[in-house]
Design a protein around this ligand. Structure first.
Ligand SMILES: Cc1ncc(COP(=O)(O)O)c(C=O)c1O
Length: 409
């Protein structure tokens, strides 16, 4: 970044050091009033290139595959929200994961990953990185003994956890895992997509890298795809920036601008998502057709104490199964009207998903079973509608599923 821009950013950061409230940072962090017009919002710098004053003399931007001012503004804001110094943004969440791997791994390296993670992460390791000899060992990272065994059995470059995990909501203790990874000389990467820094702060628990699919709660409105890698270490940041430029994975200015707007309300949205999800979870918990229910904000959640320790609320996601198994679950998902049957999570609108056939279809069936992703599992990303409307919709969809099951008898 050029000196002039850097100085202005330093001014903004200085100004913000007086106000460290999360919601204030979500609105102001990284923003610099436009130097030519004073525009309050960072403009969409829709430009490929930048006029240079002389050979070797530029304003910190040379070509938009390397860096772009709108994307940089988003990076500054996301870094500050996670409480770290460095961030790089990407075209998608999986582009961020790809850069993480290309920057940190060498052929034949070994990594340890949570057994239940987003299906696309599994596909990337099993079907792409495996071609270069990279071995990804999927373990139940909530099982300390299994985790310790996996990281000490072979030299391990990094441990990659998703907590809560998509879609089973299994939690991993971040602090404990950081200790085990660091003891073995490995880095700890936390996919914080499902909670965002509004509800969970991995760097305060010793993580080295935080990954986001900004597609989800960070942008929050179903309008973009994007990703981010945030770190406390300049050296890692240099490697991510270099790799991003080398493979051409940067985010475009317009989605970065939309994300800058969406993230302004992430604290408010996450609080409301969690409040709505708790109400929906309490409704489902007492519903006679619901046979299995997982929500980290409920006392009945198997890892409720860990959720209380490292999350400030339960988040938006609920996983459940209903009487009648796979067929009944599918009938339920086909019967919703307000909730949308769709891939994605984390948007203002409530989304319902069938992980086994949608988001996690590429995870081998045996791995799905081991991770608790049963064929009847339904994932609900509770949105910001009036929770009574969501409950009304689920009530009628559950009735449809029951009527169908009775008709089939
Ligand atoms: C937890 C998690 N991480 C990463 C990704 C990948 O992000 P994207 O779809 O933006 O590539 C997803 C996508 O669903 C996800 O749920």
């Amino acid at each position: 970044m050029g000196t002039a821009v850097q100085e202005r950013v330093a001014d903004v950061q200085y100004h913000l050091s007086e106000v460290q409230g999360f919601d204030t940072l979500a609105l102001h962090a990284g923003a610099v009033a436009d130097p030519t017009t004073g525009a309050l919002l960072t403009p969409i710098y829709q430009t490929t290139t930048y006029r240079q004053e002389a050979v070797g003399k530029d304003k910190g931007f040379t070509y938009s595959r390397s860096a772009n001012p709108t994307v940089s503004a988003l990076e500054r804001r996301l870094a500050m929200l996670e409480g770290a110094d460095y961030c790089t943004c990407y075209a998608t969440g999986l582009a961020a994961t790809t850069v993480l791997c290309l920057a940190l791994l060498r052929a034949n390296d070994h990594v340890v990953i949570s057994e239940a993670v987003y299906g696309g992460t599994v596909r990337l390791f099993n079907q792409v990185l495996a071609q270069f000899g990279v071995t990804a060992e999927f373990v139940d990272t909530a099982d300390t003994a299994a985790l310790r065994k996996a990281v000490t059995a072979k030299p391990t470059r990094f441990v990659f956890i998703e907590t809560p995990a998509n879609p089973t909501l299994k939690l991993t203790d971040i602090e404990l895992t950081a200790g085990i990874a660091h003891e073995a000389g490995a880095l700890l990467v936390v996919d914080n997509t499902l909670l965002t820094p509004a509800l969970q702060r991995p760097f305060e628990r010793d993580a080295d890298v935080v990954l986001h699919s900004t597609t989800k709660f960070i942008e929050g409105h179903n309008a973009t795809v994007g990703g981010a890698l945030i770190t406390r270490y300049a050296e890692l940041h240099e490697r991510f920036s270099f790799t991003r430029n080398a493979i051409g994975a940067i985010q475009s200015p317009f989605p970065a601008w939309l994300t800058l707007q969406g993230v302004k309300t992430v604290g408010l949205r996450m609080a409301q998502h969690s409040e709505n999800a708790l109400r929906v979870a309490r409704f489902l918990e007492t519903h006679p057709q619901v046979t299995r229910l997982l929500y980290p904000g409920l006392e009945s959640f198997p890892q409720f104490e860990l959720a209380r320790k490292q999350q400030t609320a339960g988040g938006a996601l609920i996983a459940f199964e209903i009487d009648g198994g796979v067929e009944a679950g599918i009938r339920l998902m086909n019967s919703v009207k307000l909730c949308a049957l769709a891939e994605n999570l984390g948007s203002a609108e409530t989304l319902i998903t069938h992980p086994a056939s949608m988001t996690h279809a590429d995870v081998p069936p045996a791995q799905r079973q081991a991770a608790g992703i049963t064929d009847g599992l339904v994932r609900l990303s509770v949105g910001l509608e009036d929770p009574l409307d969501i409950i009304r919709d689920l009530t009628q969809a559950l009735a449809q599923a029951l009527a169908h099951a009775k008709g089939a008898e």
